[in-house]
Design a protein around this ligand. Sequence first.
Ligand code: BES
Ligand code: MN
Ligand code: ZN
Length: 506
Amino acid sequence: MTSSAYKIIPATFTAIPSLEAWRAIAVAAVETPDAALEAIGYVIGTDGDVPAAVGLDRAALGRAGFTGKTGETLLVPTNDGAELIAVGAGDAALTGSTLRDVAAAFARAAKASARIGLVVPGNPAVSAAEAGAVITEGILLARYRFSALQSAPKDTPLAAVEIAVAEASVDELATGIRRGVVTSRSAALARDLANAPPSHLTATDLADIAAQLGDEFGFDVESYDKAQLIEMGCGGLLGVNAGSAEEPRMIRLSFTPAPSSANGRHVAFVGKGIMYDSGGISLKPSDPMHLLMKMDMGGAAAVLGAVTALRDLDSPTAVTAFLSCTDNMPSGSAYKLGDVLTARNGTTIEVKNTDAEGRLVMSDALVLASEGKPDAIVDIATLTGAALMALGGATAALLGNDEAVIEGVKDAGAASGESVWQLPLEKSYRKQLDSDIADISNLGGPHAGATTAALFLAEFVDGIPWAHLDIAGTMQSTTDEAWRSKGATGFGARLLVDFAMNFRSE
Ligand code: BES
Ligand code: MN
Ligand code: ZN
């Protein structure tokens, strides 16, 4: 399956170690955390009571430098027992998003401990179930590490987490925890795939993993190989793949809700799956950016991660997904500048830059998605450096042709803490994509690169309500920060889960 002789991959290697890791972590709702845990955190705001268990009053905490501002942590010395950590919650008005970040800050402060507990004050703004879900996500995602290729993990893996929320029903809290375990597992799987080295995870490998995940999590998987893609007329994906020693794959996932839960609605997700983006003949300059390009399949990873959650969360919405997968390599057989590719819907595309490959592989996948006549399409792609320049690493660019779908994505972004910001799909820029010899070119002008890329994609959705997420900036984090762990963030996996769970169409 793999063609490069230099790849000596340990037989024990798995590109999705989080599948095992998540099974090994017990997360429980409790009234009071077990005193035998290694570390217990107490969430404390800038005012209000300090729990008696902390053993210090606010003035004493203040003298130790703890003010209670969001994300602040203080190790409180004790004579014996669990390590005691004060965790700042800010000015009491905790939202789900802040609570997730606060829980993450605690999990990082307790990083040497495998068995930890967190005590949170009652908070009417966040239901017990939501609290359970966001605290679980914050803790599990903060402690995520990709250690599959380390002889011994450098960080202490989590074994047990106990969560107590004052005045909350333990049953409701437990319901939320179960949801948080599933959604954070989705994100962790997406991180695993994006963190995996490019030669450890080819397009064919990803198709195999998708099939394995489909068996385990109750969705159907079909993969189309090169010969089938030729039959299907997927000239965009084939063009990008031309320079590669590895075969491409178009991976189709489909989830059908249980009849008793189904809402009759159907959405399609489409993910960019460039396993490695060298730029092709338009070779990227040799800078550290190259190292990130193994993550150019972050969109496909987010979609696959999201779909693994749908059965366990009893999604009412049917989901079909397409992951368009290949690497983008220069070679004697590579596609060239000036070549014209023909996408599945017959659109001819003049290639003016082989590094604008994402939109080419997305074109065929969007056409396939639209052929299924879904109620909406949401695509996610590490598409443009321009999105990174405009919005940085915390916020993804959001564009689309339908305000209702865009609003749905905004809501899902807010609920998941995966921040999005809408950019205009400015139609007057479409002429930048004009070609003298084909229907469209793959290169816009020097400005508004995220918009011109989205305008290109818009031509392949056949008028179906559509939203596009450009995650070039948010696919990875250079530091450990709140729920984002250094490396691939899995951005979009939890957002897409939330979108499917809450999808409405008029
Ligand atoms: N995969 C890159 C976009 C990217 C850049 C993702 C930085 C993550 C971090 C994409 O394929 C690309 O190369 N885009 C070009 C497009 C240009 C040639 C029109 C870009 O943005 O420079
Ligand atoms: Mn590129
Ligand atoms: Zn790319």
